[in-house]
Design a protein around this ligand. Structure first.
Ligand SMILES: *Cc1c(COP(=O)(O)O)cnc(C)c1O
Length: 385
C-alpha cells in the first residue's frame, strides 16, 4: 500500500476490543497480571501484553507501530519530546564511543552532544560539510555512528543521505537521520540506507502545535531492542493522551504536508522576487545548493524556507508587521510561523560563530501553515514593503 493508505490503515484503525475507529486512550500506568498469576500459577508465555506503562502501553504501541510502518522500519518508539528521542537513541552508545555529526544539526541535538553526553564520555566530531569524504576522514576506531539532518536549519543545506550512509556502512558505523523537516511523506531515510530515523513529532507529525513528542524508528529488530532498553531505562516515554494526539495528527499528515509545501513554494517564489529580499533558502528554488541531490532523495522541497532581507532592521520590521504568522519557534503546525534564528534557535551561539555559519541577523525562517497562500503573500508583501 502507498503511504496515504498506510496513514489511515496501519493495523490500528479499528480497536479489537470495541470496534471503535481508532485506538482508545489507555490512561493507565499499570496492568492486572491476570487469573493464572492470581492463582499462583505460571503465566502462559505471551498472555501478558503489558505490565507497566513505562515498558509499554497500548495507545503508545499503536503510535509506535504506525511510525515504524510509515518510515519503512521494523520497530518504532515514542518519546516525550524530539530531544528525548535523540538522547535515548544516542543512549545505545557508551563512554569512549565517538559520533560524527553535522555542525548545523538542531540546536538541542548539538547541545546534547556538546555538553551533556560529552560529560558522560561520548565524544563527537562536528563537520561543517557532511559528505562521504569528510565522513571517511572523521572516522576513528571508536566511531559508532554518523548523525545527520537534511535539509538543515535554518539554511536548508542538503546532505546526500545515500552517499553518506554508504560511506558509514563501509566504515562499519551506523547512520542516524533526523527526518523532522521532511517527514516520511517526503523522505524515507531507511530506504536510502540509514539505520535509525528520529523525529521531533512536535512538528509535522503532530502537526497542530499542541503536543511535544519524539519518535525513533529502527531498521532492524536488534537495533530496536537496544533503543527499547534505553526507552525503558530512561523512561522518557510519551503519555497515552499525547500518543493519541500524534496518532490523530498522522491521519492528515500527507494532505497537510502537501498543502503546506505548495504554500511554501509560492512564498519562496514571491520572496525571491521581492526587492527587499536578498536571498531565499528553499530546496525547491532553482539553483539551491544541493537541490539536485535533494530531488533525488526526497519527493518534494518541504514546507520550511528561510530568507534574508537586505538589512537587520528590515527583518525586525517584518516580524513586527506580519499579522498571519506568529513570531515563534517551532515549525510544522497548521499555522504559519516566522522564526528569527538569531534571537531564537541560534541565540546562544556567539555572533562571530553565527556569521561563520552564515546565520545572519537579517534571516527569517518560515514554516508555511494551512492558511490561504494568497493571504500570506499579501501579508508578507505588505510587511516587507
Ligand atoms: C524541534 C526539533 C527537534 C527537537 O524536538 P523537540 O520535540 O523540541 O524536543 C529535533 N530536531 C529537529 C530538526 C527539530 O526541528
Amino acid at each position: 500500500m502507498k503511504l496515504a493508505t498506510l496513514l489511515i490503515h496501519n493495523g490500528h484503525e479499528v480497536d479489537g476490543a470495541t470496534g471503535a475507529l481508532g485506538t482508545p486512550i489507555y490512561q493507565t500506568s499499570t496492568f492486572d497480571r491476570g487469573p493464572e498469576f492470581r492463582a499462583g500459577e505460571a503465566v502462559p508465555e505471551g498472555r501478558l501484553l503489558y505490565d507497566y506503562a513505562r515498558s509499554g502501553n497500548p495507545t503508545r504501541n499503536a503510535l509506535e507501530e504506525a511510525a515504524a510502518l510509515l518510515e519503512g522500519g521494523v520497530s518504532g518508539y515514542a518519546f516525550s519530546s524530539g530531544v528525548s528521542a535523540i538522547a535515548s537513541v544516542l543512549g545505545i552508545f557508551q563512554a569512549g564511543d565517538h559520533i560524527i555529526a553535522g555542525e548545523d544539526i538542531y540546536g538541542g541535538s548539538y547541545r546534547l552532544l556538546n555538553t551533556y553526553l560529552k560529560r558522560w564520555g561520548l565524544e563527537h566530531t562536528a563537520l561543517s560539510a557532511v559528505n562521504p569524504n569528510t565522513v571517511r576522514a572523521a572516522v576513528r576506531p571508536e566511531t559508532k555512528a554518523l548523525f545527520i539532518e537534511t535539509p538543515s536549519n535554518p539554511l536548508l543545506k542538503i546532505t546526500d543521505i545515500r552517499a553518506c550512509c554508504a560511506a558509514a556502512r563501509e566504515a562499519g558505523i551506523l547512520t542516524i537521520v533526523d527526518n523532522t523537516f521532511m517527514t516520511p511523506v517526503l523522505q524515507r531515510p531507511l530506504e536510502l540506507g540509514a539505520d535509525i530515523v528520529v523525529h521531533s513529532a512536535t512538528k509535522f507529525l503532530g502537526g497542530h502545535s499542541d503536543v511535544l513528542a519524539g519518535i525513533a524508528v529502527t531498521k532492524t529488530a536488534e537495533l530496536g531492542k537496544r533503543v527499547h532498553a534505553v526507552q525503558n531505562t530512561y523512561g522518557a516515554v510519551l503519555g497515552p493522551w499525547d500518543c493519541f494526539l500524534v496518532a490523530r495528527g498522522l491521519k492528515t499528515l500527507k494532505v497537510r504536508v502537501e498543502a503546506q509545501q505548495e504554500t511554501a513554494a509560492r512564498l519562496a517564489d514571491f520572496l525571491s522576487r521581492h526587492r527587499n529580499v536578498e536571498a531565499v533558502y528553499y530546496p525547491g528554488l532553482p539553483g539551491h545548493p544541493g537541490g539536485e541531490v535533494h530531488a533525488a532523495q526526497a519527493d518534494g522541497p518541504g514546507a520550511v524556507l528561510s530568507f534574508k532581507t537586505r538589512t537587520e532592521e528590515q527583518a525586525q520590521a517584518f516580524l513586527g508587521r506580519i499579522h498571519l504568522a506568529a513570531p515563534a519557534v517551532s515549525l510544522g503546525g497548521v499555522e504559519t510561523i516566522a522564526s528569527y534564528p538569531v534571537r531564537m534557535s541560534h541565540a546562544a551561539i556567539p555572533a562571530a560563530e553565527r556569521d561563520r555559519l552564515g546565520i545572519s541577523p537579517a534571516m527569517i525562517r518560515i514554516s508555511a501553515g494551512l492558511e490561504d497562500a494568497d493571504d500570506l503573500i499579501a501579508d508578507f508583501g505588505a510587511a516587507l514593503s
